[in-house]
Design a protein around this ligand. Structure first.
Ligand SMILES: [Zn+2]
Length: 62
């Protein structure tokens, strides 16, 4: 997933960053993306708590 330009409220949970952004439709979306170079884990969610949960439960293989 390409990193959106306007990420805000970025937090870090282990190797995973969680941030919110506005998509092209003006909706707020929430992403969790692992920063480990070989991992590639990223998810997008409609609410913040789901993104944070995905980050917390990510088991990084890298
Ligand atoms: Zn990972």
């Amino acid at each position: 997933m390409a990193r959106p330009n306007r990420f805000f409220d970025v937090i870090r949970i282990g190797p995973v960053e969680v941030g919110s952004f506005n998509n092209s439709r003006g909706q707020t979306r929430h992403a969790a993306a692992c920063t480990a170079p070989k991992c590639g884990f990223s998810t997008e969610h409609g609410n913040r708590s789901a993104a944070e949960l995905a980050a917390r439960t990510h088991r990084c293989p890298a």
